[in-house]
Design a protein around this ligand. Structure first.
Ligand code: NCD
Length: 345
């Protein structure tokens, strides 16, 4: 695909070569994400960050990524504080906002809403999550993390064994990730969920049609045996018809140090798109794993910045100009080791 000027609405847009190009740009931008150098390549550009559902890391990391490239960010974070609450259509909102900005990131509770919005936008739109459908940028940062972790363990993406655990029905991050994994060779996926929260058949078909193994498990221990990656997710309570219905599933699968040690390999990577639900009745990923060096959840969140920087740089066609606008950082900065290397926290 041609990234320049494109909307990013679904991972269906990507071929494997597109992923390789995006990740190469992300690798090149890592010194800027780590505050070793600054660049002003997007000085004067404006991002409209439109979040009509709760978000911490997606919203803030998109904003930071744009700022780190030198651009400015305008935020709208609630339907009730936007004209959508007065009955304005997505079409009209898109026409208006695209007159104010160079690129738009949008999250919305309705599936397909971001694509609808994009049809009326005059600038590129990135899907920050549309209902239970897709979350492409999360899947890209997850895949970037998987690649980094797997390489650090001397393995390649092809032949990867991964277990995805939890609410596979409503988890949009999982839907996008599974479809992206299908672009590689010989992937084996264990789909581990309580009965009733299985992954949608169209998502599973993408894997099986590409010749990958996709096994369904309803038992946590069976499902997480012999995997390279253990990807845990939260019960998406906001997508259920009622809180009582979500309560039936909450806390059914809890990954903790004891379960991990019993069923996983000593270097199985532990991932989660976050937020993890740390309330007593949930705890799908226990804090007793916090000191485990294979816990990659905060390496994932760090990677969210650099992968989103790469998306902006490619969509706005400034990849080749980044270094012309760069200089060293002069302020004190707590030096970070590159994600995935050195300190594992
Ligand atoms: C995910 C989402 O919003 O889909 N969060 C995120 O963006 N990192 C996963 C979730 O909310 O459970």
């Amino acid at each position: 695909m041609d990234f320049v000027g494109s909307h990013i609405l679904s991972v269906d847009q990507f071929a494997r070569g597109d992923i390789d190009r995006l990740f190469a740009v992300a690798d090149a931008l890592a010194p800027f994400a780590r505050r070793e150098r600054i660049t002003r390549v997007l000085q004067g550009a404006i991002l409209s960050n439109m979040f009509f559902e709760p978000s911490t890391r997606t919203r803030v990391s998109f904003g930071c990524a744009f700022n780190l490239l030198g651009g400015d960010v305008r935020e709208t974070t609630e339907v009730k504080s936007s004209a959508l609450a007065k009955g304005e259509s997505l079409h009209d909102t898109a026409r208006v906002l695209s007159g104010y900005s160079d690129v738009i990131v949008m999250r919305h509770p309705q599936e397909g809403s971001v694509a609808e919005f994009a049809t009326a936008s005059r600038v590129p739109v990135i899907n920050g999550g549309d209902g239970a459908n897709e979350h492409p940028s999360q899947a890209l940062l997850d895949l970037y993390t998987v690649r980094q972790e797997i390489r650090a363990r001397g393995r390649t993406m092809d032949g990867l064994r991964i277990a995805v655990v939890g609410d596979l029905k409503f988890g949009r991050a999982v839907h996008s990730l599974l479809k992206l994994l299908a672009l590689f060779e010989g992937i084996s996926v264990n789909l581990v969920s309580p009965p009733g929260l299985e992954a949608p058949s169209d998502v599973v078909s993408v894997l099986s049609n590409a010749g990958h193994e996709a096994g369904v498990y309803h038992d946590l221990g069976d499902g997480i045996h012999h995997v390279d990656i253990l990807y845990v997710t939260r019960t998406q309570e906001e997508r259920f018809a009622s809180p009582e219905e979500a309560d039936r599933y909450r806390g059914l699968f809890r990954v903790n140090e004891a379960i991990y040690t019993e069923h996983c390999e000593p270097n199985t990577v532990i991932m989660h798109p976050l937020p993890r639900d740390s309330r007593a009745q949930a705890q799908e990923l226990d804090e007793d794993l916090n000191a485990n060096p294979n816990l990659a959840i905060f390496r994932q969140t760090d990677n969210g910045v650099v992968v989103r920087m790469a998306l902006f740089a490619m969509i706005l066609d400034v990849v080749d100009q980044v270094h012309d606008h760069a200089r060293p950082v002069t302020w004190y900065t707590a030096r970070r080791t590159p994600s995935g290397l050195g300190t594992r926290s």
